[in-house]
Design a protein. Structure first.
Length: 115
């Protein structure tokens, strides 16, 4: 875990120079010598504080939603990430009717793997 945490800490600084150049070009002056970064407890605590404020004001919504999920990374994808690799394809599909052995009924199944 310590090695993983260290790699995460390093990754925070991967784009430091790019951020410096971008903020200069945009005339967006911030204190990049003392940055407000995600690995610092002050940042984490401020996120929890903001979340608590929203909760106390009834601004949070709890619901259920189907999300595209990546089993490799164990995270959900954003709609933007999903759209990047989207392409329409034609695939064979079939409907198969299975008669139940002990009943006068059937189950209808649809599949894209008809073999």
């Amino acid at each position: 875990i310590a090695e993983f945490n260290e790699e995460c800490r390093k990754s925070v600084w991967t784009y430091e120079q790019a951020w410096r150049e971008m903020t200069e070009r945009m005339a967006f002056w911030v204190d990049l010598d003392n940055p407000y970064v995600t690995l610092h407890n002050d940042f984490v605590e401020s996120c929890w504080w903001a979340l608590k404020q929203m909760f106390d004001k009834g601004l949070l919504y709890r619901g259920h939603k189907v999300l595209p999920y990546c089993p490799q990374t164990g995270t959900s994808y954003s709609s933007h990430e999903v759209a990047l690799g989207y392409k329409e394809v034609e695939e064979p599909s079939v409907y198969v009717k299975f008669r139940l052995a002990d009943d006068d009924a059937s189950i209808l199944a649809w599949t894209t793997t008809p073999w």
